[in-house]
Design a protein around this ligand. Structure first.
Ligand code: NAD
Ligand code: UD1
Length: 337
């Protein structure tokens, strides 16, 4: 298939492009590089031994997108990763988040209708469940996201669901990611956050590398066995494989298809930290800090639907996630720069 990947230079996008190429698909990337580097795409091409058609363009730019779709009349489907994703920043810059993430989804929907493209896979997030019973199951009523970023995921899901009603031949796949971590085992591509990382794994990794002094563990008084929050960490390569599987299985099945992409296993902040130290044989200094506003004590996926219907499940464990993160960190101490 010929797949247009928005945000394909980013963390999850780059790993998915590699998986798509390896599975024999052709890839066209559209990315404005606002949170990524062209070098990631170069490295994916080298790893796969195949080329990618790359456009530096903004998905909110309708004219630019129309020109790309007019140029490539053979596109079979879209994977839509492009978006802003920092929760804290979204609270400070809501207009930017709503504009970028919602208009991007609307422009792509318009392109699909205009150019007769029937398949889209959208990057959603476990954040749409809000505070809910665990494990999170696809059939649950969705929660109320507590920040603009989460709202943009919920709204984009709704927009795509409504589009699927209006265009009954469309296949809309909503993939709800849990906590993606790790890097490709080559150490060539990985997560390259700009500035101080917001998320746990890149923070641990930068403390281990001596770029940050110590990890702040946000709260150890949660109602969990060790008092720290529990999440469902999933290796980014498993996640990438999940996208390819979803695309291949669902491209000719019209309607809306929702899947959790997680492992189904909960790991606490303290467990992740000690696993990272043990696997990589190093010490990561930490301190217990106050709780972070908006954090939920514990959530993880019910990952059985993806296994049952797509024949996909995450196969890489916490050790692999820690080892691959550290390999990427040591081989690329300043990301792609
Ligand atoms: P990322 O920032 O590494 O990748 C996003 C990419 O989109 C970047 O390359 C960025 O330059 C590009 N982009 C952003 N706005 C754009 C625009 N208007 N036009 C063109 N390109 C644009 O983030 P990621 O971690 O790879 O996340 C990919 C997607 O998955 C995002 O939609 C994110 O919200 C979603 N998601 C991520 C996580 C996570 O923890 N990483 C969890 C759940 C969902
Ligand atoms: C993040 C996103 C969320 C998204 C989810 C799944 C934030 C705030 N939320 O959630 O929208 O749906 O990923 O991908 O980014 N922690 C520390 N110290 C740190 C960093 C984190 O103790 O320096 C703790 C947090 O309190 C949390 C856990 O580590 O308990 C994981 O945090 P993080 O990696 O930011 O992910 P989430 O908050 O789960």
């Amino acid at each position: 298939m010929v797949i247009l990947v928005t945000g394909g230079a980013g963390y999850i996008g780059s790993h998915t492009c590699l998986e798509l190429l390896r599975a024999g698909h052709q890839v066209i990337v559209v990315d404005n590089l606002c949170n990524s580097s062209r070098e990631a795409v170069n490295r994916v091409e080298k790893l796969a031994g195949k080329s990618i058609i790359f456009y530096q363009a903004d998905v909110t730019d309708e004219a630019a997108l129309a020109a790309i779709f007019a140029q490539h009349t053979n596109i079979d489907g879209i994977i839509h990763f492009a978006g802003l994703k920092a929760v804290g920043e979204s609270v400070v810059k809501p207009q930017q988040y709503y504009y970028n993430n919602i208009v991007g989804t609307l422009v792509l929907s318009k392109m699909m209708a205009q150019f007769g493209i029937k398949n889209i896979v959208f990057s959603s997030s476990a954040t749409v469940y809000g505070e809910n019973e665990i494990p999170f199951v696809e059939t649950m009523s969705l929660g109320v996201p507590t920040n603009p970023y989460g709202q943009t995921k919920l709204m984009s899901e709704q927009i795509l669901k409504d589009m699927a009603v209006a265009h009954q031949e469309w296949s809309v796949v909503l993939l709800r990611y849990f906590n993606p971590v790790g890097a490709h085992e080559s150490g060539q591509i990985g997560e390259a956050p700009q500035g101080i990382p917001n998320n746990l794994m890149p923070f641990i990794s930068q403390v281990a590398a001596g770029r940050l002094e110590k990890l702040n563990i946000f709260g150890n008084d949660y109602p969990t066995p060790d008092g720290t929050c529990i999440r469902d960490y999933i290796h980014v390569c498993d996640l990438a494989e999940g996208h390819v599987r979803a695309l291949e299985k669902l491209a000719d099945k019209s309607g809306v298809h929702v899947y959790n992409l997680g492992t189904g296993q909960g790991t606490s902040v303290m467990q992740l930290l000690t696993a990272f130290e043990r696997v990589n044989q190093l010490h990561v200094p930490y301190t217990i800090a106050p709780r972070r506003a908006g954090d939920i004590a514990a959530f993880y996926a019910d990952a059985s639907k993806a296994e049952r219907e797509l024949g996909w499940r995450a196969v890489r464990d916490i050790e692999a996630m820690c080892r691959d993160t550290w390999r990427w960190q040591t081989m690329n101490s300043h990301g792609y720069d």
